[in-house]
Structure formats: structure tokens, C-alpha cells
Unconditional design. Structure first.
Length: 736
């Protein structure tokens, strides 16, 4: 079976091949990681200057992009990589205008109004650093967190997503230091009341998120990010699939100068307070260290950037329990206990030795310690839980020609950790290890056909895989239980109410992950007062889950039989017993969108943002079931009142499967169980008005329709039906 690790190794090679394919623009049919400069050119009297040549120059790399002002003096320079630029303006009969230090931010529409003075083109006027005016060309809401804030604001664990809490509209932001719970414990953000799974997470224009709940994954270290932007509402027709917000980040690039940094951040138990339940301060050694470097390969042509960050956490966890006392282990109790055979009290509140269950006796002998002699009988156990994380980032930027630019990036993140108490408070019962692997590869290619016609192609692959395993070789049968496992060796889960819980619930086998493939293209055409963009976005996702959850069995004791949970445990008198079979699930989905956006400059002060987006949100279909010898059909099911399945005739009436005919599916149910919605036509309408005419105040209004793509949890729900997931649970009869 191919894994995310295998896919990660193939990504870089695949992108280099794609780079070769797109080298020839004849093979090509948003402004995702770039900025736009808009503005006007006029003379000292305020009269518009037509035909002026505008150039944005990045002096650090030599990149330049040009445009001409129209009859109204207006101009647009689109698809400019973020950075610091010098803006030059030239027109016959006027002195050359030059403004340096213009900072362009991610997805920004920066307004720069230029006033030229009469004179010779051999003369020039240079204007010092000035911030661009307020964005009066876009109705979208959001804010950029720039390089300065990313680098200088304190972050616990250096998770850049924590900075989202600084932005307006963010009401919930959960950002773990490390992904020690898989994608289900990933980053989550709620913006303006949206659900936490309605955020589109992007890195260098590529989506990457946890497949089960669309959670955010680890981003590169703050030293590897140039900036990020959170787009919070009413975004243009170019964006979609998620209605809540868009979190998009761009990694740093190399320049003509070598620049780099190195860092070390640490936390230590010497600076911490004692936990109330612990006699000492738990050990904590948290170190985050790394380095980054940007460098030229060919001056003004080819640049590289590389970064590494390591995370090492060495600490302890504590767990408390109330194991049986020395007397209880011999069947002697201080209170009345009832014999479930006779419903009478045991003589002297003592269970005869020959009545003690042999499985219990084995557990008491080898696993469960004797309770301490303290009055409470509480046992506090500590264990080591090391966490190791490694981030690697590499990026190449190539200015192929004055008309072609190419950017390739590859990010790889691996987090490994051990959990001492995943199987309860007694580590000898089993400890769990886990690896989390996240690769992201992206390619961005921009072709300038003319100054008013540009194309941007984005191709990428991302993945995430969580793999758990346990150190214990103990099994239910080894303990004397008549249970054979489908999954790897793992002891059963046992719960004694009020005393202790042991067992990992079958989670020693857990492989969950996703592979995402994205192909997007957009064409920008500037015609008069219109900036028109059209394109498409194809997004294919694969999700898998393999687990033995419930396979070793779950057994509970609560005192129902004797009046004392520990006595029930000694006798083996269960209140509940349950098992579930092995889960082996795989799903896939394809989402596609097509859009057109027209940013129409009605006047110098008013811009209309008019867009239309069409989405096809493919529901998940299950693909693994046909490969399983015990299933042979997609592991999906649905319900239709009164209809009997012909695929599985023994199924309860109403429970239907792939291929079953239903009133709304006379030709048979598809493996998705539902039809794709073909009516997702989404208008996007907005306006931005320069309220005072000086570019300092913008009035915005917008309206749009948005939708949310499916995620793994939604598709997996229909899997939890017979015969795919047939759990068995036994209960103790009332009064028995």
C-alpha cells in the first residue's frame, strides 16, 4: 500500500517534471500568492496622464513588472510577488517619478497615486518611503500579519496560527504546540461565528488540512514565513469551497544577498510551579531550535531558501488511580459485599480464593500494583512523554525571463511522540508511540503574455498521515480470555468504577490520513477600466482510516453484582462487555470550481467587484470495501423506509447499499449514496468607495453565496452501519 511517506518522496520529482511541462506557454490553457498595485497618474493640475509607463522593481531580486496608464490615467500592475518595491513612472514631457520602499503584502490591492512634474525625461524626482494608501479597490475583508509581527511577537510553541487571535472577527483559535493527537487535534479557527472546520488553510497557494475534520496542520516556523493573511468575509469569486475564512501563508524567498538566522527557544521546569497532585515539579525540557538561509544561485535569476526547525520536549505526565489494597486482593473487604449466586452477603465480607476470576488474578499478579498504605489509597504514577518534531523547508524562485516566473517549494514535517498512559496508569500494560507526517509540495508559474494579459498556474500535492503503535505484546488470550484479535497484539480495556481504567481501546492500530491534489489556473486580462480574471480550481482528496478500535474488547465493572466495583472485578462479574471489528476504510472526493471576476473601476473613487462562481462539490465515495474479502462492496449505506435490499437480502428492511434500487435511484444507489449538487451557482457582488477621494478612507459593502466542501467525518458516518461496522455489546440483566 502506498503511504503519505511514499507520496512525499515522489512530490519533488513530480513537480520538477511539471515545471518542464509548463515551460512552454503554448501548453497552458489568482492572485493567490501575490499583490496588485492600482492607482492613477496625473500632472500638477490633476489632469490625467495617458500612456505613462509604470514599473514595479524588486531591487533585491531584479524582478520587474510593467503597465501603462489608460486614457483616464488609471493603471493596474497585477500578480506581483510580495516584497519591497521601487515604483517608477515615465511619460514624455515629464520628469521620471520614482518611489522607493513600497511594501506589498499578501493579496493586497495597494493604491499609489502619482503626480508627475513637467520636465525632461532625463530629470527625475525620487520620493522617500511612503506607505500605500488604503485599499479602495476590493470589498473583501481581512488582514495581513507581516514579517515584523511574525518574527517579533511572542508565541508559545512558535505556532504562527496563534497570531490569528490578533485579527478582528476571530473568536476561537486552538493552536497546539505539536500535533500529538493527529489531525483531529489540529489547529482550529472560528471567524465571525463560522464553524471551526470551515477554514481554508493554504501554504504557498496549496491547500493542506486534516482529512477527517478539515483541521489546520503544522505550518513552517515563523522564521520561514514571509507573511500570512486571514481573509474573513466576502471574498471574491476566485475563492471558495469553504465559507468561514481563508488562512493563506507564503514562505520566504532568497534574494541577491545572503541572509539567514539561527534560533533557540526553551522552556524549563525550573521556571514552573508544582502541580497540585504531584509532590514535585514535573520534568519539562522544551527546546525549539533551527536556522534559515536565503541565497542567490544566479544573480537576478535564480534564488534559494532553506529552513529547519527542531522541537524537543522531554517531560513527564502523571496519572492517578485507586488500585486494590493488599486485603482486597485477597478478597477481604471492610464493607458488606453481596454474593451474586445467592444474593446474600459473603461471610465476613470475604470472597473465597477459589471464586477469584483467573483473568483478574493474572492482572493482579503482573499488571496492577498494590495500593499504597495511605489513608486515601491513591496511587500517583509518573511517566516520560517525549515529543520530537522536525520541520524542513526548501524553496526555489526562478525568473526565467521578463515574461516567465517559476516558484517551487517543498515542506516536510514529522512529529513523533510517546504516550506512557495511553493504556492506563500502569505503563507495564502498554505504552503508545505515534508518528505524524505532513508533506506539502507546490509549484506556481506565472506567464506574462502582454502587460495586460497574464496567466498563473498552481499545482500541488499535500498529505497527512498519523500512525500509532504500542509496545505491549499482551493479548486477551494471553490473559486467559477466549478472544482472538483481528489487529495487532493489544490487551483488553478494563474499567473498575471509582478505582482504575486500563487498556488502550484497540488504538494500537491507527493509520489515518489524507492525500490532496490541486490543479488551478487563472487568466488575468486588463481592459480599460476592467480587470477581469477567470479560471478553475480542481481539488482531489483521498482519505483513509485503518484501526482496531474496540477489537481487544471493553469490559466494565461497577458494583452491580456485589455492591462493590472491586469485588465485581475479583469475581469477574461484568456489567458490560463490547467488541468491534477491524475498520479498514478509504474514501475519495473531487471538488471543482470555475469562476469569473470583474473588478470594474466605475470612477476614480468607485470600484465594483462583480463575480460568479460555479462549484461541483463531490461527495465521498468508499473504495476499500470492494477489496476486502468479507465485504466486496463499497462500505456505505443509507436508509429508505420499507425498501428491502437485494444486494444484502438479510439486511433489515430500509437499510440499502451500493447498487440497491430505490424510488429516487431507480438505476441503483451510487457508492456516494447521494447525488452531486449541480446547482451551486454563487454570485459575488461588492463595492469599494474612496469616501474622501484622497485614498485614506474606504467604504465597502458586499454580498455573496458560499458553500462548504465535505470532509472525512461526514463521509465516514454512513460507513457505521451493518455489516461494515457490527459492534457487539452485552449488558448485565437488571437485578442480576
Amino acid at each position: 500500500m502506498r503511504t503519505v511517506r511514499d507520496a512525499g518522496k515522489r512530490m519533488a520529482v513530480g513537480l520538477l517534471v511539471l515545471a518542464g511541462l509548463v515551460w512552454d506557454p503554448a501548453l497552458l490553457p489568482g492572485q493567490q500568492n501575490a499583490a496588485t498595485i492600482v492607482g492613477s497618474v496625473s500632472d500638477a493640475s490633476g489632469a490625467a496622464i495617458a500612456g505613462a509607463k509604470l514599473t514595479a522593481l524588486d531591487e533585491a531580486t531584479g524582478f520587474a513588472r510593467s503597465a501603462e496608464s489608460d486614457a483616464n490615467g488609471s493603471f493596474v500592475i497585477p500578480l506581483i510577488p510580495i516584497g519591497t518595491y521601487r515604483i517608477n513612472a515615465e511619460a514624455p514631457g515629464f520628469k521620471v517619478f520614482s518611489r522607493k520602499g513600497v511594501e506589498l503584502q499578501l493579496n493586497q490591492s495597494a493604491r499609489i497615486n502619482i503626480e508627475m512634474q513637467v520636465g525632461s525625461v532625463a530629470e527625475s524626482i525620487e520620493v522617500g518611503d511612503q506607505a500605500p494608501l488604503v485599499d479602495t479597490a476590493s470589498s473583501a475583508g481581512g488582514e495581513v500579519v507581516d514579517r515584523k509581527r511574525i518574527a517579533e511577537l511572542p508565541l508559545n510553541g512558535r505556532n504562527p496560527l496563534q497570531l490569528a487571535t490578533l485579527l478582528p472577527g476571530v473568536t476561537v483559535s486552538s493552536n497546539p504546540v505539536a500535533l500529538t493527537g493527529g489531525n483531529r487535534n489540529g489547529n482550529s479557527v472560528s471567524v465571525n461565528g463560522s464553524r471551526t472546520n470551515e477554514t481554508d488553510y493554504q501554504l504557498d497557494g496549496m491547500r493542506f488540512a486534516g482529512g477527517y475534520t478539515n483541521s489546520g496542520l503544522n505550518y513552517p516556523s515563523p522564521d520561514a514565513l514571509q507573511e500570512f493573511k486571514l481573509i474573513t468575509n466576502s471574498y471574491s469569486a476566485e475563492y471558495g469551497f469553504y465559507a468561514g475564512s481563508i488562512f493563506t501563508a507564503v514562505t520566504r524567498s532568497g534574494t541577491n544577498q545572503i541572509h539567514g538566522s539561527a534560533w533557540e527557544f526553551f522552556r524549563n521546569d525550573k521556571l514552573n510551579a508544582r502541580n497540585f497532585f504531584s509532590a514535585t515539579v514535573p520534568i519539562l525540557r522544551q527546546n525549539q531550535f533551527g536556522a534559515s538561509i536565503g541565497f542567490p544561485i544566479l544573480k537576478n535569476k535564480l534564488f534559494g531558501f532553506a529552513s529547519y526547525q527542531g522541537l524537543r520536549i522531554r517531560g513527564t505526565s502523571i496519572a492517578s488511580s485507586f488500585p486494590l489494597t493488599a486485603a482486597e486482593r485477597q478478597g477481604i473487604f471492610s464493607s458488606t459485599i453481596r454474593d451474586p449466586r445467592t444474593n446474600l452477603p459473603f461471610p465476613n465480607n470475604t470472597i473465597p480464593a477459589d471464586r477469584i476470576n483467573p483473568v483478574t488474578a493474572r492482572l493482579l499478579k503482573d499488571i496492577i500494583p498494590v495500593a499504597p498504605g495511605s489513608e486515601s489509597g491513591q496511587l500517583v504514577t509518573s511517566g516520560s512523554n517525549p515529543i520530537d518534531g522536525n520541520h524542513y523547508l526548501g524553496k526555489l524562485d526562478y525568473l526565467i525571463s521578463s515574461k516567465d516566473t517559476l516558484s517551487l517549494s517543498y515542506f516536510f514535517d514529522k512529529t513523533s511522540f510517546k504516550t506512557p498512559f495511553a493504556s492506563g496508569p500502569y505503563p507495564v500494560y502498554g505504552q503508545r508511540e505515534e508518528d505524524q507526517v505532513i508533506p506539502v509540495a507546490s509549484m506556481n508559474y506565472t506567464r506574462t503574455f502582454t502587460p495586460t494579459l497574464l496567466n498563473q498556474l498552481r499545482v500541488g500535492i499535500s498529505g497527512q498521515e498519523e500512525n500509532r503503535r504500542c509496545s505491549s505484546g499482551l493479548t486477551p488470550r494471553a490473559l486467559g480470555m477466549n478472544i482472538d484479535l483481528e489487529g495487532p497484539p493489544e490487551p483488553p480495556s478494563i474499567s473498575v468504577t471509582g478505582r482504575f481504567n486500563i487498556g488502550g481501546g484497540g488504538l494500537c492500530l491507527w493509520v489515518e490520513g489524507t492525500n490532496n491534489y490541486q490543479f488551478a489556473d487563472s487568466l488575468t486580462w486588463i481592459k480599460g477600466r476592467h480587470q477581469i480574471k477567470a479560471g478553475f480550481d480542481l481539488y482531489r482528496r483521498k482519505f483513509k482510516l485503518i484501526t482496531a478500535a474496540g477489537d481487544p474488547g471493553n469490559f466494565g465493572f461497577d458494583g452491580s453484582a456485589t455492591g462493590n466495583a472491586a469485588a465485581d472485578f475479583l469475581l469477574g462479574e461484568l456489567v458490560t462487555a463490547s467488541r468491534r471489528p477491524l475498520i479498514d476504510l478509504a474514501m475519495r472526493s473531487i471538488n471543482s470550481s470555475f469562476f469569473v471576476q470583474d473588478d470594474f473601476k466605475v470612477s476614480r473613487r468607485l470600484t465594483l467587484n462583480l463575480g460568479l462562481r460555479y462549484e461541483l462539490l463531490g461527495p465521498f465515495d468508499e473504495t476499500r470495501g470492494v477489496e476486502r474479502s468479507t465485504v466486496k462492496i463499497p462500505q456505505n449505506a443509507t436508509f429508505r423506509q420499507g425498501v428491502q435490499s437485494t444486494v444484502i437480502p438479510s439486511a433489515p428492511p430500509g437499510l440499502l447499499f451500493t447498487g440497491d434500487k430505490a424510488p429516487d435511484f431507480p438505476d441503483g444507489l451510487p457508492s456516494t449514496m447521494v447525488r452531486m449538487d449541480h446547482k451551486q451557482i454563487q454570485p459575488r457582488i461588492g463595492m469599494a468607495y474612496d469616501l474622501t477621494g484622497d485614498g485614506l478612507t474606504s467604504l465597502r459593502a458586499s454580498y455573496g453565496l458560499y458553500s462548504n466542501a465535505h470532509f472525512g467525518d461526514m463521509g465516514a458516518q454512513s460507513f457505521q452501519n451493518q455489516p461494515f461496522l457490527l459492534g457487539q455489546t452485552l449488558f448485565r440483566p437488571a437485578g442480576a
